[in-house]
Design a protein around this ligand. Structure first.
Ligand code: ADP
Ligand code: MG
Length: 729
């Protein structure tokens, strides 16, 4: 039975006892348990013979496959390690296109042919498994008669132990592919994009330093989320079904006072955070910062950045942990991009950079004046890549939840542009306007970078409205949705940078082969790029209407909703981009596109159906009850000749009737459109109807219900109100 508003509120009142004390870390230092549940380097050294250990390290470096013999040795070491930690099961852990993670558990326990019970984990089970793939979206990659999918071990992300209650499971990060080897997850394209970028960036790095032989992408995410009490959550079918409130009138106080940001964290939430951090640290997730966000009940957690594949896995793992740890504290975490109307939504900034085996962050301007041409090269190429492939970046962050944030008067808009700050804008202008590249002015400008104080480079806090900002030594992609798998935008980012660097190298080579000096050639090419990609740079207020007009004049696209933003995935641009780069072949891309639309359609349909149910079975009965009361009151007043004193009652009754009429009509229309959508010829058409017809009706219904919430007797109102969700602790 679902809770009503009143027993939900009572439940909280009854929580007089403090919540149980969760495993306190006491005086233990984080270092004493950090990574204890990870089959990390130290564990590998201890549990693997030296040659197997070296083979795994080499495989991670080169991306080569491990032999069957080595796999057997590794699986044995993992089994020994994990059983000593209390594991009874193992699972291939993967990231299907649902955006979440999935795992299929198998027991180590088995029986030999002569009936003996043994614990076994063979190399073959480590390397490959066959989960029942039929329940995961595949966009038609798997025909019905071939539902098989395979999970294949990714040795570049360490195995870990997942603790759930008393159970402990050895989890092995894997990719998820079809029988034919096509990707049907987020991880495989990400790994391919990283390899591609590594290959493309090395020769560019070698222009400056011959000793570079490896370039890795680094990602530091910042996860925003809301926390609400679980009793209140359970009393809201919309939260439990869709992750966001479909109805609800903004509380009188929300974030106007801005007193929440960096304010003190409520004790219950603090206990949850500490518990979460401990779990993260045991799993080697280097979370470091926690703070309140702008909106009430909104928080953020961020780690120290890591190599992108591991960082993505850690974020996926974190989202999973958050939900589980919160429940122990009788709380619920909301990862949806827009759980509450009228209150800031949640994003997940992706801080992206590249670093070399020589320990250089390629987006960090050096203090050494002679070295800044390398910084400038990677900096300008990133801007150029975003200029060329902005639509693909936009598509990579398109999904139903994010539509409520992007362009909806909060950071950031749906128009992709790049913010670099005043100092670097000046520098690029100087280079672009310099007459000749050997101009002393350009050289001076370059030298100037080394003299800039960090503060001036990282001046982006002055402009939080940009979707893509340079923040001193990395780019921050701010349009990523809070619930999203970072692998999507990271794959797009790596691919576009790789393609851009390949082109850059070839442009420079063309000049040097004709005898131009190398540095001169690099500057000439960069100068040309700066001039060409100027339109993508924007330093002003990204929320303003003027920017929309100006962006349109500059030829930048503004895809306001998911179906529109995804369309580019069906274009030749996308096929060349993903296809020629080898990151996703055309079949995979087509399937990916279809799955994204399918997920969008499913989400919107669930929202519409949930709304219908809530309105008909929860809201309307309460409204009618109050309507009856008003009508009876009017009649009673008239009966005692007080008919002239019922102005207020009549007025409210009229408002009720007006709202219920709107609800009735809009609900009718919504259901007709929903039916039409479900009978559409294809997923794109269905998405169009849901987006342009169903959604506006949902908005009408919401508006009318929210108006009713303001006048119906609070004692009758059945849904937990915003002020309760957001402020009750
Ligand atoms: P803040 O934005 O709070 O001032 P930082 O700028 O230090 O903090 O970092 C914000 C995020 O960026 C963190 O997750 C951090 O790990 C990440 N980050 C810092 N340097 C890099 C880098 N070179 N590559 C990727 N992410 C980075
Ligand atoms: Mg940030």
């Amino acid at each position: 039975m679902s809770l009503t508003r009143f027993n939900a509120l009572q439940t909280i009142e009854n929580r007089l006892d403090p919540l149980p004390d969760f495993e306190s870390t006491g005086v233990e230092t984080i270092a004493s348990y950090f990574g204890e549940n990870v089959f990390n380097d130290a564990a590998m050294k201890k549990y693997l013979p030296e040659n197997a250990y070296l083979s795994v390290k080499a495989a991670v470096q080169s991306g080569q496959k491990l032999s069957r013999e080595v796999a057997d040795v590794v699986s044995n070491g993992m089994k020994e390690w994990s059983m000593e930690h209390g594991c009874t099961h193992f699972a291939h852990w993967f990231q299907p296109l649902t955006g979440k993670t999935a795992e299929k558990h198998d027991s180590f326990f088995t029986m030999t042919h002569d009936g003996r019970v043994i614990e076994e984990f063979e190399g073959s089970a480590l390397v490959q498994q066959e989960p029942d793939g039929s329940s995961f979206p595949s966009g038609g990659l798997r025909s019905t008669f071939e539902a098989r999918g395979y999970t294949v071990w990714d040795p570049s992300s360490p195995a870990f132990i997942m603790e759930a209650g008393d159970g402990k499971t050895l989890c092995i990060p894997t990719i998820f592919v079809t029988y034919g080897g096509e990707a049907q997850d987020y991880k495989l394209p990400l790994l391919r994009s990283q390899t591609l970028l590594d290959k493309a960036a090395i020769p560019v790095c070698q222009m400056f330093d011959e000793s570079v032989n490896k370039v890795t992408v680094t990602l530091g995410w910042e996860q925003e989320y809301f926390v609400v009490d679980d009793a209140l959550y359970n009393a809201r079918p919309d939260l439990s079904m869709t992750g966001r409130t479909l109805l609800g009138r903004p509380a009188a106080k929300h974030q106007q006072l801005e007193d929440h940001y960096f304010g003190s964290i409520p004790e219950r939430v603090y206990a949850f955070m500490r518990d979460l951090e401990t779990e993260c640290h045991k799993l080697g997730i280097p979370v470091r910062t926690r703070h309140n966000e702008v909106a009430p009940s909104q928080y953020e957690v961020a780690p120290i950045f890591e190599e992108v594949n591991v960082a993505v896995d850690h974020n996926q793992l974190l989202m999973d942990l958050m939900e589980r740890v919160a429940r122990r504290h009788k709380l619920r975490v909301l990862l949806h991009e827009k759980p509450f109307a009228g209150v800031n939504g949640s994003g997940k900034h992706n801080n992206w950079s590249m670093s070399t085996n020589t320990g250089v962050n390629l987006l960090s301007p050096g203090k050494d004046p002679g070295r800044n041409l390398r910084f400038l090269t990677f900096f300008v190429n990133t801007i150029t890549a975003v200029y060329k492939y902005a639509d693909l970046l936009r598509a990579s962050i398109a999904h139903a939840g994010n539509d409520h944030r992007l362009g909806a008067n909060e950071a950031p808009p749906a128009i992709i542009s790049v913010f670099i700050g005043e100092a670097l804008t000046k520098l690029l202008n100087q280079i672009a306007n310099g007459k000749k590249t050997d101009d002393a002015a350009v050289k001076r400008a370059l030298d100037l970078i080394s003299k800039l104080p960090n503060l001036e480079l990282d001046n982006t806090d002055r402009n939080r409205t940009s979707p893509f900002a340079f923040t001193g030594n990395k780019f921050e992609i701010r349009a990523v949705g809070s619930s999203q798998n970072c692998a999507g935008p990271m794959t797009a980012m790596n691919t576009m940078m790789a393609l851009q660097l390949i082109e850059f190298k070839s442009d420079v080579d063309k000049l040097t082969s004709k005898g131009t000096d190398k540095e001169e050639a690099i500057l000439m090419v960069l100068k040309n790029y700066i001039r060409k990609s100027k339109a993508i740079l924007f330093e002003g207020n990204n929320y303003s209407d003027e920017w929309k007009a100006e962006a349109a004049a500059r030829g930048l696209n503004n895809f306001a909703n998911t179906p529109e933003a995804l369309d580019v995935l069906g274009s030749k641009l996308a096929m060349d981009f993903y296809g020629k780069s080898g990151v996703m072949n055309n079949i995979e891309l087509e399937a990916f596109y279809a799955v994204q639309l399918h997920i969008y359609n499913t989400k919107l349909s669930i929202e519409a159906k949930t709304l219908e149910e809530m309105v008909l079975s929860i809201v309307m009965p309460a409204v009618i009850r109050y309507q009856t009361e008003l009508a009876q009151n009017i009649a009673a007043m008239k009966a005692i000749d007080m008919g002239e004193a019922v102005g207020y009652q009549k007025d409210k009754l009229k408002q009720l009737v007006k709202c219920t009429t709107t609800i009735d009509e809009s609900l009718d229309k919504m259901l007709k459109f929903l039916d039409k959508a479900h009978h559409a010829g294809n997923v794109r058409e269905e998405a169009e109807i849901l987006c342009t017809n169903v959604k506006p009706q949902m908005d009408h219904i919401r508006e009318a219900v929210d108006n009713l919430e303001a006048i119906v007797d609070d004692q009758y109102w059945p849904l937990v109100k915003y002020r309760e969700l957001l402020f009750v602790r």
